[in-house]
Design a protein around this ligand. Structure first.
Ligand SMILES: Nc1ncnc2c1ncn2[C@@H]1O[C@H](COP(=O)(O)OP(=O)(O)O)[C@@H](O)[C@H]1O
Ligand SMILES: [Mg+2]
Length: 382
């Protein structure tokens, strides 16, 4: 039951001050908070141009928001092909959900956040899939004090993201869906096909929740987890699948890593920016090891760790913080090498061996002072 504030009787009472936390004090604001200005402007500019029912923005504006557009003053965000993104956005306007699959660290979660923020103005209706995810986490649970006092009622029901998304007509994000037990994944079956949730504990019309226009689901799944294969065919049919690929172009990946690490270091009050030649070392290493091929076309043994762009960003942030607090405020190749291991390789001795091989055979032969210093720092790989 909606608890609507009675504004008539409250008119004389002063409004309580909203508990606003400054954006800077939040470790990671949601996309709709971070880009509130852009979203508001796009919604206004869209006027009443046609759009799928329940959407805040037109599909064209959603696209411009996600990719960014310098001319329209929209910050660059997700790096990817336009055609791929158009398909993702179209999927959200159909009667199927959108399933983003791919290697870890390819920005599946980030993309789903941006899409939810653009389409619904809210990216927080999120279910984190895990082995322990229950139906309560997805649909609804109960406020036990109220349940005991008055029995099951709309007031004692505590809505979970799916319930809220259906009620409010918003996009719900289901992260790492393949990590959930199959019977939990299958909760989505009837909801995605019939767009209704039944709530057998309630009486009368409240037993059936019909999804409002604008509701849909974006699920993400890592192809490295056990997973996609085990998902039921019935559930697969209710999603449009899109594969998110790592950034193919070295220059594009370099620009993204530079931009993201600059932004994060600024937020951390660390006045350090990686010099472009340092970013180049890092991103080239990731790019080549990921592809299993050097720029010159020589084969490399692929690593077990997914050397994703997300990991490259983490490594460069760690190197920046390291240089600021323990160095001279300039990131040197030595800082990079140190953080390659912790941020990227995690605990895989075999990969460390392959990385050493990369230094001894590829890095060693490269020209330029930065590559030389990079090679000289290889002792950190021991
Ligand atoms: N194509 C991309 N566009 C923008 N950012 C990317 C891209 N690929 C990787 N990233 C980086 O990775 C981070 C997001 O990773 P995340 O969404 O958690 O990946 P996933 O969910 O696929 O494991 C972003 O914040 C960004 O720094
Ligand atoms: Mg993710």
């Amino acid at each position: 039951m909606a608890r609507v504030k009675n504004t008539k009787t409250d008119a004389s009472a002063p409004e309580p001050a909203p508990a606003v936390v400054a954006l800077d004090a939040i470790q990671r604001p949601a996309a709709e908070a971070l880009y509130a200005d852009e979203l508001e402007r796009l919604a206004r500019d869209g006027g009443d141009a046609p759009r799928p029912q329940g959407w805040r923005l037109t599909p064209r504006s959603v696209l411009a928001f996600v990719l960014g557009d310098a001319e329209k003053g929209l910050a660059p965000k997700f790096v990817g092909r336009r055609a791929f993104l158009e398909r993702c956005i179209v999927a959200l306007a159909t009667n199927r959900g959108l399933m983003l699959i791919g290697e870890p660290g390819t920005a599946k979660s980030y993309l789903s956040e941006l899409l939810a923020a653009a389409v619904s103005g809210d990216s927080t209706l999120t279910i984190q899939g895990s082995a322990g995810t229950t139906e309560d986490n997805i649909k609804y649970s109960w406020n036990y004090a109220l349940l005991l006092a008055e029995g099951p009622s709309a007031a004692s029901l505590v809505p979970a993201p799916l319930h809220r998304g259906m009620t409010e007509g918003k996009v719900v994000r289901f992260e790492e869906i393949t990590r959930c037990p199959l019977e939990i994944q299958d909760v989505l079956l009837s909801i995605l096909s019939d767009r209704v949730m039944s709530i057998p504990e309630l009486k009368g019309p409240e037993r059936t929740l019909y999804a409002r226009a604008g509701f849909n689901v974006i699920a993400t799944a890592n192809t490295r987890d056990r997973g996609i294969n085990e998902m039921s065919a019935a559930l697969k049919r209710r999603f449009n699948f899109e594969t998110v690929h790592p950034i193919a172009d070295l220059a594009e990946e370099m620009a993204l890593v530079q931009r993201e690490s600059d932004r994060m270091l600024r937020r951390a009050d660390v006045p350090v920016s990686l010099r472009p030649e340092i970013t180049e070392l890092l991103v080239t290493t990731f790019h080549e090891l990921r592809a299993g091929k050097t720029a010159e076309g020589n084969a490399l043994e692929p690593l077990t760790t997914a050397l994703s762009t997300a990991e490259a960003v983490s490594a460069s942030i760690a190197a920046g913080i390291h240089a600021y607090y323990y160095g001279k405020g300039e990131v040197e190749p030595e800082h990079l090498v140190q953080h390659l291991v912790g941020s990227a390789l995690k605990d895989t001795p075999d990969d460390l061996k392959k990385l050493r091989h990369y230094f001894n055979h590829v890095v060693k032969g490269r020209a330029g002072a930065a590559w030389k210093a990079y090679y000289e720092s290889r002792s950190h790989l021991l």
